[in-house]
Design a protein around this ligand. Structure first.
Ligand code: C2E
Ligand code: CA
Ligand code: CA
Ligand code: CA
Length: 277
């Protein structure tokens, strides 16, 4: 059924069709957004907690929508995953990140680019080759990338995920377990997967200064990671006090609003200059 709205627009509001209608239009909007270059690459610095030296950045996608403004990934990434469109987005992020990495290297700045992968990406048999092509095109070593994967993405189809991850790791790219501690049976997979980094979820970090329970979880995770020979990264550092505490606990790297919010990648060179000053 169609309905006339106060402003004169005709809206289609049959409850039954509503969600599929909405999905279809979101998918076509995402497709248009790629063509119309509405996606932006944002980056958030990752730094050594001991010295404050910036060693990498995490790539985070933003959608600058002509009417809705800045749309955050939580609003479209889950949908992009359901529809498989995530493969297009991941390709876009890898391409933009590689271009950024090459441009920075040309200026003498060598940073590792961390890129988020989703479940669907891990089921994509062609991902390792696509990634290799992008690296070759920009003349980059695989070691200039770190791929962040969540536990739930691995759990979806552990056998295939393990296969894709093994191929990627054999190329020389770093692998990171993102949102560590929020998924299931993480320990079993930690043993079997070729992982280089553990990323402590921000839900444990944000308030760890005041929450004994959180602090214990963070401390144990750092020890666990180190005992397994992994580097440990904390996300969600919003204060100097939390940075200091994490450094005392021996956490290797961190990122968070205290150091920098995610910024448009074009602003990174200026941010780095100001950070070093
Ligand atoms: P994530 O990978 O866990 O990324 C960290 C999120 O925490 C980012 O949100 C970041 O802006 C936010 N954050 C960083 N520091 C702080 C802090 O100090 N305090 C607080 N409260 N938050 C902080 P964002 O950019 O909105 O991304 C949300 C999620 O969307 C990401 O979580 C990731 O799962 C997904 N995502 C973002 N970009 C991509 C992408 O290119 N591909 C895929 N597959 N997923 C992406
Ligand atoms: Ca991440
Ligand atoms: Ca995370
Ligand atoms: Ca997350």
């Amino acid at each position: 059924t169609a309905k006339l709205r106060n402003d004169g627009a005709v809206v289609y509001d049959a409850a039954m069709d509503k969600s599929s209608e909405k999905s279809l239009s979101l998918l076509s909007e995402l497709r248009k957004a790629i063509e119309r270059e509405q996606f932006r690459l944002y980056v958030q610095p990752k730094l050594l907690l001991g010295s404050g030296q910036v060693v990498g950045v995490e790539a985070l996608i933003r959608w600058v929508h002509p009417e809705r403004g800045n749309v955050f990934p939580d609003e479209f990434i889950p949908f992009a995953e359901q529809t498989g469109f995530i493969r297009v987005l991941t390709g876009w992020v890898l391409e933009k990140s590689a271009a950024l990495c090459r441009d920075l290297a040309a200026q003498g700045v060598h940073l590792k680019l961390s890129v988020n992968l989703s479940t669907r990406d891990l089921l994509d048999q062609h991902l390792p080759q696509k990634f290799a092509d992008i690296l070759a095109h920009h003349g980059l070593a695989p070691s200039s990338f770190c791929l962040e994967i969540t536990e739930s993405a691995i759990m979806d189809d552990p056998v295939r995920a393990q296969h894709t991850l093994a191929r990627l790791h054999a190329m020389g790219v770093d692998l990171s377990i993102d949102d560590f501690g929020t998924g299931y049976s993480s320990l079993a997979y930690l043993k079997r997967l070729p992982v280089d980094e553990l990323k402590i979820d921000k839900s444990f970090v944000l308030n760890m200064e005041h929450d004994e329970g959180d602090k214990k979880i963070v401390r144990s995770t750092i020890d666990l990671g180190h005992n397994m020979g992994l580097r440990v990264v904390a996300e969600g550092i919003e204060s100097a006090a939390v940075w200091r505490l994490l450094a005392e606990l021996g956490c290797d790297q961190g990122q968070g609003y205290f150091m920098s919010r995610p910024i448009p990648c074009e602003q990174l060179p200026a941010w780095l200059v100001q950070w070093q000053a």
